[in-house]
Design a protein around this ligand. Structure first.
Ligand code: AMP
Ligand code: ZN
Length: 474
């Protein structure tokens, strides 16, 4: 099936051609583990997961590398000034840098697993690839791309790289940093960036390493160039990240890598649009207040509801988060799950291959056409409601939709079934009986009060044409 993706580098929707038939290699900028991951970061990671599932469903052998940034990401990305986010996070939590890296990576993995994302093939930590980053800087120095700012570090001279900023159609002088407070005016060009920073002389950093230039730590951009080339080779298919990364981080990665590879480095660049907070601004860790999966879990949502919420949008459009939309999404997810639960009894019965193939191909085509996850969801709604498709075929299609979108409909439907089959204790049955009597007597106040009592005890009464059913609340 033809796969089309929007390539930031060419600003075009392009047919995807792998470097090696049947294989795809992609690198995703991962989290900086100085704080909890917020829903915006997770939106980006979910789009990586949709991308991966699309390739898997098309029969590709996928090699996915996503890094863990545990050093060198400064609070002011624009001109490599400010504090190392990791050291700042450690001071805030009153722990060592290594401890917070371990802790927040653990929290991130919990969210990652709760959201049913497929683990990357390799998840390298920047601190495990210091030698490779030093080697990268050394090579750039040998090629004449670097200069030293005494007392500060080794910088990349972007005027030496003619194609600088090609990813965003930018120019060398650009509009960066010119009017910024604290702009580092020892830099030769505003867009120059640190490759190696010296440790400060007045305070002791927790993370620092020896290098040919002195004790210090790598600039943030170096890790992604060094690790991706080490783990995916000098030329690979796709590089992904949030939309904020294209202008600086990815521009710098290209500038660091292409002088070394001497050829184009990455074929397709994918950038995912932001999740916005309720004031319409980018959700950001640095604001100090942000929503993470804990907020979702604590409010009683299944993590799949957030996954569904993200799937309803498209990666090239910003998406506004609100609890109202989450409520509406939770209802849709519960309705679909309820319908899937009714299909489970047909498991093992023969599937209509012709019908299956048609809907399967439509879903795969939507997903392969620039990751139209919302269109896949519309197809799921359509085939589930269709009166012309038998249950066994519907169930097989839901299984495929689960592979594509990772929404775990089958799993949640099975859990729902198990809960529904649980028999209610005698006192709940007695309350439900009293409620039925109250209803028959048109005593609505009593009926409502009894319903509330049943709900508070963790059960629900569902009224139907043939009387009521008592089910465990989900
Ligand atoms: P960080 O942990 O800050 O290094 O970011 C991890 C990933 O999340 C990067 O790819 C960012 O571009 C992305 N990201 C950051 N904020 C948002 C947001 N509000 N919406 C979507 N992606 C984001
Ligand atoms: Zn990166």
């Amino acid at each position: 099936m033809t796969i089309r993706l929007y390539n930031t580098l060419t600003r075009k929707l392009e047919d995807f051609h792998p470097l090696e038939p049947g294989k795809v290699g992609f690198y995703s900028c991962g989290p900086t583990v100085y704080h909890y991951t917020h829903l915006g970061n997770l939106r980006t990671f979910l789009h990586n997961d949709f991308l991966k599932r699309m390739f898997l469903a098309n029969g590709y052998d996928v090699r996915h590398v996503m890094n863990i940034t545990d050093v060198g990401h400064l609070t002011n990305d624009e001109d490599d000034s400010g504090e190392d986010k990791m050291e700042k996070g450690a001071a805030r939590d009153n722990k060592s840098v290594w401890d917070i890296a371990k802790f927040y990576k653990g929290e991130f993995m919990r969210d990652f697993n709760d959201l049913n994302m497929i683990a990357p093939t390799v998840m390298p930590h920047a601190t495990d690839y210091i030698a490779e980053q030093i080697e990268l800087v050394q090579k750039l120095q040998d090629l004449g791309y670097t200069y030293e700012i005494p007392g500060d570090g080794i910088y990349y001279d972007t005027s030496k790289f003619a194609a600088y900023g090609a990813l965003t159609g930018g120019t060398l002088s650009g509009n960066r940093a010119g009017a910024r407070v604290g702009f580092n005016d020892a830099k030769r060009n505003p867009s120059d960036f640190a490759l190696w920073k010296y440790s400060p002389t007045d305070t002791k950093r927790q993370m620092e390493w020896d290098s040919p230039w002195g004790v210090g730590f790598p600039g943030w951009h170096a890790e992604c160039s060094a690790m991706s080339m080490k783990l995916l080779g000098n030329h690979f298919d796709i590089h992904t990240g949030g939309e904020d990364l294209s202008r600086i981080h990815h521009a710098n990665e290209i500038a660091q890598s292409e002088p070394i590879t001497g050829a184009p480095w990455v074929n397709t660049w994918l950038h995912y649009s932001f999740l916005l907070d309720k004031s319409g601004e980018k959700m950001a860790k640095s604001k100090g207040e942000f929503l993470g999966m804990d907020a979702v879990r604590n409010r009683g949502y299944d993590p799949m509801v957030y996954r569904y919420f993200v799937a309803m949008g498209h990666y090239q459009s910003q998406l506004a988060f609100s609890w109202e939309t989450m409520d509406a999404t939770a209802k849709s997810y519960a309705n679909l799950t309820r319908r899937v639960a009714d299909l489970l009894a047909s498991d093992g019965k023969p599937v209509n291959q012709g019908v299956y193939t048609k809907w399967h191909d439509d879903m795969l085509a939507a997903m392969s056409d620039n990751l139209k996850t919302a269109s896949v969801l519309v197809l799921v709604q359509d085939f589930i409601k269709s009166a012309d498709i038998d249950d066994a075929t519907k169930l097989a299609l839901v299984r495929f939709a689960d592979d594509l979108l990772g929404l775990q409909f089958i799993d949640r439907a099975q859990k729902l079934r198990a809960l529904e089959n649980e028999t209610a204790p005698a006192e709940i049955v007695a309350l439900a009986e009293s409620r039925a009597t109250a209803k028959a007597n048109r005593d609505w106040a009593t009926a409502d009060a009894l319903r509330a009592e049943i709900e508070n005890a963790g059960w629900s009464v569902l009224d139907g044409r043939d009387g009521y059913k008592i089910v465990k609340r989900v």
